[in-house]
Ligand binder design. Structure first.
Ligand code: RB5
Length: 152
């Protein structure tokens, strides 16, 4: 059994299966452990099913960080952000990836397999994993999310 605290949980749909496989290999080369919730082939699947699996595993605290991929990244973002405690960030560039960690403490990174190429995706994953949350006033702002959840 791998250490959940050192493990990235990852999931996708058919549109991003190939990028998921490449990123998995990238993470393993970097020494990370990866929990892959699937799918395990290119047959058409429904992205909400896989978004839910990863979001639940991160929201429950089983894994601290997750990565989700679909064709655009949009559907996976919408699904993941429905789960309380999830801050999923769809990132297309390094600046967004860095700021999603520094200011938003994003716990799920979302990528679009039909949008972002392998090399940029790897760089995004790298900075997203390495950039710490700044806390302070940004934590105060995140605390306001809970009030929205409570009043919704
Ligand atoms: C699948 O065709 C596509 O709709 C999905 O991968 C994603 O882009 C949805 O947001």
């Amino acid at each position: 059994m791998t250490d959940p605290n050192a493990t990235i949980v990852i999931g996708c749909d058919h549109a991003a299966y190939e990028l998921k496989e490449k990123l998995k290999a990238f993470l393993l080369r970097r020494g990370a452990a990866v929990e892959d919730v699937g799918p395990h082939g290119t047959a058409s699947v429904d992205y909400p099913d896989y978004g839910k699996k990863v979001a639940e595993l991160v929201a429950s605290g089983r894994y601290p960080r997750g990565i989700l991929l679909c064709g655009t990244g949009l559907g996976m973002s919408m699904v993941a952000n429905r789960f309380p405690g999830i801050r999923a960030a769809l990132c297309h560039d390094l600046f967004g990836a860095i700021m999603s960690r520094k200011h938003n403490d994003a716990n799920i990174l979302v990528l679009g397999g039909r949008v972002t190429g392998e090399t940029l995706a790897e760089e995004i994953v790298k900075v997203w994993l390495e950039t710490p949350f700044e806390g302070g006033r940004h934590q105060d702002r995140l605390n306001l999310f809970d009030r929205i959840d409570e009043s919704a």
